[in-house]
Every structure is written in C-alpha cells, then in structure tokens.
Design a protein around this ligand. Structure first.
Ligand code: AMP
Length: 363
C-alpha cells in the first residue's frame, strides 16, 4: 500500500472511546475519519463528520463505508470474521483478518504464542465435562476456566479452586468451549504497548504496570517496576508476536510477572489486544507520540513516531461514579483530564481517564 496523503480517510469499525481518540489523532495529522458503529449514541460520533450507523452484518452498508475510505481499522477485537472479510474485499484492513482470527480465540491465541517460544501459563482445551476433568489433571488447581471467545474484563471466567465441583464450574461459564489455565501467582501485571509499521519497523513504549479493581483496569504506572532483563524479555516477546503476525498498527501484549524457582523475574504472556489499549492512554500526555497517533501513522503507511517518555506517568481510569470526582481532578494542576462524552455513568463503565506526568526523579 502506498503512503496515504494528508486528507485521506481512515475508516474505523467501532465507535467507543478508542474510536473517538483514534479519530481525534487522525484529525491531528490532517486525516479524516469515518466511524462505523451500530449504536446511535457512540462517543466517537461526536468528533467526526462521517459516520455510518448500521449493524456489522449489513453487507450493503459495509461496502459503501469501505468504498468511501482509504484504509480500515477497528477499535475492538471481536469484529465478526465475516465483517472483516467483507471490508477487506474493498480496502486494506489493518491489522488484518488473520490477526483477528488468532486473537479472538484464547486457545488459538495461546497455542500461537507458545509456537513462537514465548511462554504463557500452562493451559488445556475444554469442550465438555470429561475434557475438563482431563484438563484439571494436566494443569492442576488452582486454575482459571475461561471461555475461548468473547471474554473481557474478567467476564467468562471461573476460578477453579480445590473442591469446586467440575460440573458446577462448567455450568458457570455456560458449558461453552473453554480453556483451562494454571493460576499464575503473579507479582505484577504489565503490558507492552507497541507498534509495527507497514515496513516492519517496531517501536515500543516503556512498559506499563497495571492495577485492576473488580477485573477492570484502574491504574497504569509507567515505567513498571521491573528489572532490566525481564523488561528486555517482555519487549522481545511483543516484538516476536508482532513480527509473526506481520502486524500493522498498535498492539498491547498483557503479561504476568512471576518469580521463578531461582528468584529471577520472568514474564508470561496472558493475552494480545490487537488494537490501541487502555494501558497505553498515558502516552497521550506522557510520550512524544501517543498510541492513537502511532496507530494512525502505521496504518496510513507513515513512519512511526518517537516513543520517548516525558516523565513518570500515572493514568487513572474514571469508572462509573468516579466521574463525580471531576471537580477534585479539575483542581489538580498536574492532572490532564480526558472525558469520553458518555452521559450515563453506569457501574463499570469507562467514563474518562486522568493522567499525571511528573519529573523522573520525583517518585
Ligand atoms: P483476561 O480476561 O485473560 O485478561 O484476565 C483478566 C484478569 O484476570 C487478568 O488481568 C488477571 O488479573 C486475572 N487472570 C487471568 N488469568 C489468570 C491466571 N491464569 N492466573 C492468575 N490470574 C489471572
């Protein structure tokens, strides 16, 4: 694909806050954005003129959308395979359909990751009650039973402790095709947010340390507390994954940090998010190039921007009622505030985020 000129149009599947911030980043670079989303009240619609409100299965609407843009991307990984194929029939889709197929299914994803020599928690497939018993034999307890598809923010997961009846556990996740993973006694959760350009250039930001509340990301701290060897290994895992997928755009690789028997820090990959990621929001205020601009640059065939950090960064998500603390944040001179334009602060809903960047030696 040739390098898109300023004025070209980026098509974005999905109209949530990630689509909104991608559209804003496109505008910063003099590019236009066309957002496709079935939901009339999409936060991304507020920031761009070209919108399509239609289901992801609407072939005619998808064709018209794709024909009206120069390249297509997405802000969520559960884009239906057929939707991706239809769009890709008309215009380049980045990241491509193979990336979606690999990352939408936890079993395919983990098998792929291990095939690169990149470590994960031990895992085994589960299709019914008897394969669950076999998987428990292979993986042991405690373990985490996860649906193969459509899990996010801890949904579609059951912790399999000693004593929990297997039939009950399989019932709790709706008797769906699943994967059983060994429980990882991690010290920290981290993510490598990085980009790969059309020419294969790879650039990662410094590693993010992520803290969750109720299975939802609450705070990201950058740089993560991590030794140099583990940090190097983590970035290398992300680079190998991106190269093997011939990836174009920004991706996040979520990892656990554990101590091995010798007391050394090691990293295990948990999952790949084939898109811009909440743990990369700090880059909007804390890095030379933010993840949204980087993604747009990559899919437009432009060179990647610099990923240097401007200081220590702390990103706090405003989830549900947290947004009622807005006045306190507004009075904090170090706080850079981002609100997503959502009117209804339902519990667990990401309403915005705040980033504070401080001098490197102030922590
Ligand atoms: P996931 O949906 O795979 O991203 O998992 C959501 C969260 O559940 C992770 O961020 C961890 O906090 C926790 N978790 C998932 N898998 C494991 C595991 N195998 N061992 C320990 N904690 C886990």
């Amino acid at each position: 694909m040739r390098r898109l000129p300023p004025g070209a149009t980026i098509g974005i599947l999905g109209g949530g806050q990630l689509g909104r911030m991608l559209a804003l980043a496109a505008a910063k670079l003099g590019l236009k954005a066309h957002i496709y989303c079935p939901d009339l009240k999409s936060p991304a619609f507020d920031v761009t003129r070209d919108i399509t409100i239609a289901p992801y299965e609407d072939e005619a609407a998808l064709a018209l959308f794709a024909e009206s843009v120069d390249v297509v991307t997405y802000e969520f990984e559960n884009v239906p395979a057929r939707t991706a194929a239809m769009v890709a029939h008309h215009r380049p889709l980045f990241p491509d359909a193979r990336v979606l197929a690999t990352t939408q299914d936890r079993l395919t994803e983990k098998t792929f990751i291990n095939s690169l020599g990149v470590p994960t928690a031990r895992f085994a497939p589960v299709d019914d009650r008897s394969s669950l018993a076999k998987a428990v034999g292979a993986v042991g307890r405690p373990a985490v039973l996860k649906t193969r598809r459509f899990g996010y923010d801890g949904k579609g997961q059951v912790m399999l402790r000693e004593g929990l009846d297997l039939d009950a556990a399989f019932g709790l996740i709706g008797r769906q095709s699943s994967i059983l993973e060994a429980f990882v006694p991690f010290e920290r959760e981290i993510s490598v947010v990085a980009a790969r350009g059309i020419d294969g250039t790879f650039a990662a930001w410094d590693i993010a340390e992520n803290r969750h509340e109720n299975h939802i990301l609450k705070t990201t701290l950058v740089p993560a507390t991590l030794g140099a060897a583990a940090a190097e290994a983590a970035v290398s895992c992300a680079e190998r994954i991106a190269a093997a997928l011939d990836y174009v755009g920004v991706l996040a690789v979520e990892m656990f940090v554990v101590r091995d028997a010798g007391g050394r820090e090691t990293v295990l990959v948990n999952e790949i998010a084939p898109r811009v990621h909440n743990s990369g929001h700090w880059t909007m205020d804390g890095a030379v190039t933010c993840q949204f601009e980087q993604h747009i640059r990559a899919i437009a065939g432009w060179p990647l921007g610099g990923t240097s950090r401007r200081g220590r960064a702390e990103m706090t998500n405003l989830i549900g009622d947290d947004v009622n603390d807005l006045n306190t944040w507004l009075k904090d001179p170090s706080a850079s505030i981002h609100l997503y334009g959502k009117s209804d602060a339902r519990p667990g809903r990401k309403m915005g985020h705040v980033t504070r960047v401080s001098a490197e030696d102030s922590a």
